[in-house]
Ligand binder design. Structure first.
Ligand code: NAP
Length: 335
């Protein structure tokens, strides 16, 4: 039976994680699901097999059927459920963001510190992507010297009309915020967002693309080109420039076609294709850690720090100015 996971929010990623937890990950089952759209929870219960559909997130957290909780509901609900998990003493993997506001993240940190033991991890799955892991290992090996600049590219094929100019930070560039902090092992102290010429392919209310510059504690620049309506597919790139060389992601290619004088390879349609392996590795590490009594994954501190940068990033999108960031002291639990 292993670790019995309850899922709160059975939309796109809740269903995706549910499939993995019930059939790919070793040591876990999905024992309960809930969603404000009950019919979605029922569909996902049928997909994962054997999960009870419960009436609310709070009923799920309190249930004896659930050893650990996966929060994959919309961001605005995350803090409420993560805080309830801490009160119940249950481990929780919360999809990004930990919470949309810094104040909520601070409440989560205060609650976990008062509890005295780590229970919360945040779904920053790029840390589990083999390409990013190799870039990180190359930097730590010393082979490229000291990190000076990190160049990130994040392109989506399209986004819906509801996507806004600040969701570029809250929904999308939050991944580059986490990757920059994790790879460079430094906090981001300032952020500026520069709007390039707009694509005619975006709705008029959306500034697309956007170009962000993050500055770390020691002055490393991490740049992000985020392009929401790039048309051709989902494309994530990263090159780390060091004092002795560079390390870059190579997009995973499983097969290519050579015909008619051309060689080509498919581009993933969205994040599910590109990062499926990373989600699996993230979930497996979480479950294997819980089986050993450990909390393995990016901590609530990582979630707080990312939301701090994103909050400044939202201001920077609006102001065009370079916005600086102050952090609270890091509690001993996260050192
Ligand atoms: P989604 O498809 O909209 O699914 C979210 C589900 O939660 C919806 O069915 C929603 O119902 C439901 N919900 C809303 N309020 C709820 C509540 N109080 N209790 C229980 N369920 C509730 O969204 P998604 O794309 O799966 O994203 C979910 C979360 O995962 C977001 O925080 C997102 O940022 C994150 N995410 C992370 C990644 C990643 O790469 N790590 C990728 C995708 C998503 P309604 O539709 O009625 O609101």
């Amino acid at each position: 039976m292993g670790i019995r996971v309850g899922i709160i929010g059975t939309g796109l990623i809740g269903e995706d994680h549910g499939r993995k937890l019930s059939s790919v990950i070793s040591g876990s089952t999905v024992s309960a699901v809930t969603d404000v759209r009950r019919e979605r929870a029922e569909q996902v219960a049928a997909i994962v097999g054997g999960a009870r559909v419960l009436a609310s997130g709070h009923e799920l957290i309190a249930s004896d059927l659930v050893d650990a909780v996966l929060v994959t509901s919309i961001g605005e609900t995350h803090a409420e459920y993560v805080l309830a998990c801490i009160t119940a003493g249950k481990p929780v993997l919360c999809e990004k963001p930990l919470a949309p506001t810094v104040a909520e993240c601070e409440r989560i940190i205060a609650a976990e510190v008062a509890h005295g033991r780590r229970l919360v991890i945040v779904g920053f799955m790029r840390r589990y992507d083999p390409g990013y892991q190799q870039v990180e290992a190359t930097l730590r090996s010393g082979a490229i010297g000291e990190a000076l600049m990190l160049h990130n590219v994040h392109r989506n094929a399209t986004v819906g009309e509801g996507y806004t100019s600040t969701m570029t930070m809250t929904d999308s560039m939050i991944h580059e915020v986490d990757v920059s902090r994790w790879l460079l092992d430094e906090e981001i102290m300032a952020v500026q967002v520069i709007p390039p010429k707009r694509t005619p392919k975006a709705f008029p209310h959306l500034q697309d693309p956007q170009f962000a510059v993050f500055t770390t504690e020691s002055g490393i620049l991490s740049t992000v080109e985020f392009f929401a309506n790039a048309q051709y597919g989902y494309d994530v790139r990263c090159e780390l420039v060091g004092s002795l060389g560079t390390a870059a992601l190579v997009n995973p290619v499983v097969a290519s076609t050579t015909a008619g004088g051309r060689a080509s390879a498919a581009v993933p349609a969205d994040w599910r294709g590109r990062f499926s392996g990373a989600y699996t590795a993230e979930l497996q590490a979480w479950i294997a850690g819980l089986a050993r009594g450990e909390c393995v994954g990016p901590s609530a501190w990582e979630g707080y720090a990312a939301t701090k940068v994103v909050e400044a990033g939202v201001e920077a999108v609006v102001s065009g100015a370079r916005e600086t960031i102050d952090y609270m002291d890091k509690p001993a639990l996260y050192r």
